[in-house]
Design a protein around this ligand. Structure first.
Ligand code: SAH
Length: 214
């Protein structure tokens, strides 16, 4: 993974995060563990919160939004299982941390974020990391990004009562979509795949707590 050298910055808390929060739970995909061990999570949050960046919890990123807990990022990524040639759509890229993890593992990442200040800040952070396989659009993620469809993987980082139809339409046959579904107080992370005949297969992964897809 050819990231600029942030490897010494906060190396100990990052290694602890991988051991205690990811390996100690059910994260076993070596590529996911490597990416989580390499991407400097602390540069995605405000400097005042950098010391908390590797805590086992979400952290505020402004505008009422949160960077997801490290375990949740890893779990969603492991379920998505991006391959090095995959084109991935990410909805709700926020501070860009999940985007960076996906960019390390996939061919290209197309991210959609609805809040301009978060889009601007995340693009600046991603360029510090030299990740050039990411494109980002400001707008409503429920529309997906039809110009680049179909996607082999779609990851949604905000909950919805129902699966937005346009997202499933933009998933390739055999593709995987990870999304938190449910009523706000009883959300489930769901893995949805598209069969050869275009049908839907769903697997509930775990309970979760996300902000709403607006
Ligand atoms: N995974 C990101 C952000 C999670 S918070 C991180 O770790 O930083 C969810 C994000 O979804 C927020 O940034 C919010 O602005 C965005 N969002 C909410 N509704 C959206 C929509 N309809 N389209 C695109 N982004 C949306």
């Amino acid at each position: 993974m050819a990231l600029p050298d942030f490897s010494k910055e906060m190396a100990r808390p990052r290694a602890n995060m991988v051991e205690r929060q990811l390996k100690a739970r059910d994260i076993s995909d070596p590529r996911v563990l490597e990416a989580m061990g390499a991407v400097p999570r602390h540069i995605f949050v405000e400097e005042a919160l950098a010391l908390r960046a590797y805590d086992d919890s979400p952290i505020p990123i402004g505008h009422g939004q949160f960077i997801s807990q490290p375990y949740m990022v890893a779990s969603m990524t492991q379920a998505l299982a991006p391959k090095p040639t995959d084109r991935i759509l990410e909805i709700g890229s926020g501070c860009g941390y999940q985007t960076a993890i996906l960019a390390c593992l996939a061919g290209t990442v197309h991210a959609v974020e609805i809040l301009a200040p978060l889009r601007d800040r995340s693009l600046a952070t991603l360029s510090r990391l030299g990740l050039s396989n990411v494109s980002m659009r400001l707008g409503d993620g429920r529309q997906g990004w039809p110009e680049f469809a179909p996607f082999q993987g779609i990851l949604v980082a905000a909950f919805s009562e129902a699966l937005p139809k346009k997202l499933f339409d933009q998933l390739s046959v055999g593709g995987r979509l990870v999304i938190p579904l449910g009523p706000e107080d009883n959300q489930r992370l769901v893995l949805i795949s598209k069969d050869a005949d275009g049908g839907q297969r769903r697997r509930i992964l775990e309970g979760c707590r996300f902000v709403p897809l607006v």
